[in-house]
Design a protein around this ligand. Structure first.
Ligand SMILES: Cc1ncc(COP(=O)(O)O)c(C=O)c1O
Length: 369
């Protein structure tokens, strides 16, 4: 694809994803489920899934059945788990497409059974257990009777999992308590001969901070894209960021002192200033806030005036040679300067997850092999 034909685009380094999955597989020595929900954390679900599988992932995890079905339609044949809610009416498709669903509510599971009986075939499932996340999951005391009730039914429970609330805080005792609750349940199920075959718990943060939670499979999302799960859980240099966000200057003009820039004229030039226009705005997932920086000519330049839906303006005095067509980097490296997704997240008072998931569909994704 010709990058020169775009005014803004995302570059996704598939080798980085392959590398990051392979690093996690080497580190843990267990199966890897690449979590690629929300369009692969904005990177593109199908290419991310493909690269993850090439890196050694044997599973992909998604939030919704629609995401799993789209992956199947795109030819992704690895094992797929829907980590969130699946509407009962979708169970026939789950069975036909070999998509594994999560069970977290006995009443919902009963509806799944009804659909499975009508459809025929076996629905594969993993039971999700609430150990402290306070979101979805069955209480540990309800799991054994539930598993017993499914024996001989068209639901085959092949896995059991839980999710951590604070695994990104290595010094917090909370995750140890969650692991203890989960282990107690696993021991109880083992002694009743009810323990499902595949046990999993670890998101990216737990991959690095809680090796005792690796079990049979780990479930990283953020780290496979080379992003740190939190400021307390940074990634080593072996992990490579997969995403860059770039654009081109589409206009450069010198304004006289006293010129208002953008809506509301909140920025007024204090002298003769060179102002560039970048074709990116909040319609692309760029935040409408002050005090942002991007790279032009290997230097940091300020975004000035209000961010519009499709454009924003840059103060180019630091790069007098900048001209129309020059590359702008919002996330990534230019010469020796880098703006990381974490820097952008800090500026936006959020986490890197939200930055990448908010990147608009209209941004072309260019995949680098
Ligand atoms: C159930 C579940 N497992 C795994 C993950 C992956 O988490 P992370 O991106 O922090 O590795 C998520 C993401 O939120 C999740 O909801």
């Amino acid at each position: 694809m010709d990058i020169n034909s775009y005014s803004t685009w995302l570059e996704i380094d598939l080798n980085a994803i392959r590398n990051n999955v392979a690093r996690i597989k080497d580190l843990t020595g267990v199966e890897v489920m690449a979590v690629i929900k929300a369009n692969g954390y904005g990177h593109g679900a199908r290419p991310a899934a493909q690269a993850a599988v090439q890196g050694g992932a044997t599973w992909c995890g998604v939030a919704r059945i629609e995401e799993a079905l789209a992956l199947r339609r795109a030819g992704i044949s690895c094992k797929l788990l829907v980590l969130g809610y699946t509407p009962p009416s979708k169970i026939p498709e789950a069975i036909d497409q070999q998509i594994v669903v999560s069970l977290f509510d006995p009443d919902l599971a009963q509806s799944y059974l009804d659909f499975a009986r009508i459809n025929g075939g076996i629905l594969k499932a993993h039971v999700k257990v609430e150990t402290g996340m306070g979101r979805l999951g069955m209480l540990p005391k309800d799991v054994a009777p539930f598993l017993k009730s499914l024996r001989g039914s068209p639901i085959s429970v092949e896995g059991i999992f839980t999710h951590f609330a604070q695994a990104d805080e290595p010094q917090s005792d909370y995750t140890h308590k969650q692991i203890k609750r989960f282990n107690q349940l696993l021991a109880q199920l083992e002694s009743a001969d009810l323990k499902p075959q595949i046990v999993h718990a670890a998101n990216s943060a737990a991959v690095f901070n809680f090796p005792e939670a690796w079990y049979d499979l780990v479930r990283p999302g953020d780290a496979i894209f080379g992003m740190a799960p939190s400021t307390q859980t940074l990634l080593g240099p072996d992990y490579l960021p997969a995403l860059s966000w770039k654009a081109r200057l589409i206009s450069v003009r010198t304004y006289p002192a006293g010129s208002g820039i953008s809506y509301g004229s909140k920025y007024v030039t204090s002298a003769s200033e060179r102002i560039g226009v970048m074709p990116i705005g909040y319609g692309d997932g760029f935040r409408r806030i002050d005090n942002q920086e991007v790279l032009v000519g290997g230097k940091r330049v300020r975004v000035v005036g209000r961010v519009c839906m499709d454009q924003c303006m840059l103060q180019l005095d630091a790069v007098p040679e900048a001209k129309v067509g020059d590359e702008v980097v919002l996330i990534g490296t230019q010469d020796s300067e880098t703006i990381s997704v974490d820097e952008v997240a800090a500026r936006w008072s959020t986490i890197n997850y939200e930055v990448v998931c908010g990147l608009a569909d209209r941004l072309p994704r260019i995949y680098l092999e």
